[in-house]
Design a protein around this ligand. Sequence first.
Ligand code: FES
Length: 218
Amino acid sequence: MERWHSVSVLSDIRPGEVAGVRIDGHEVVLWREDTPAASLHAWEDRCPHRGMRLSFGFVRGDAMGCLYHGWQFGAAGRCRLIPAHPQVRVPASIHVRAYGVREHAGLAWVNMEGTDGFPVHATHWPDDVQPVRSVHVRRGATQLRQAIGLEAVDGMAWRGSVGLAVHEPVAGQAMLHVVCARSGEPAPTPVALSHWASRLRDAVESGNPTATIMGELA
Ligand code: FES
């Protein structure tokens, strides 16, 4: 099913950095160009040469390099350099599968099926947002969404200036992303929010009520 997944807080993927993430069990590499534009990309985490994970690779300017034999891939995923044969004109058929990616509300959003239909509710989310933290929760996304009062699978729950999103990398495991709008209602400090997220995780994993913890944000 086509939908946008909130895979990471943006502070975890700075210019020149590479990160491996999972979406419904699929391996995805997230990388950001080391250029003034610093565009973000989301690709299948598999080199078309011998299948090496690209998330083990490196960024060179606006290209992603594979660690194994150094093949380099441009922004659209097409291979543009084979170091062992630098004179070879690389066929267009050699490319990595690229996914839709958006940066919004302090989060990286990935759509494995296309680039359309960004969550309609996203227009109501603040733009000037500080990413705080992602927390791994050893419970499924449905349970975590219920704990934070989030109904839409591709939505965010906002409590004052604090925004929460849930991602399920694999069944039974979830990531809670915490961000904070820079303007608007006063919010806890990032350090306090980080501790708050840990307490919420502990409550969800223990099966304890979360209403009191959530109430701290209201
Ligand atoms: S496996 Fe990636 S360049 Fe060979």
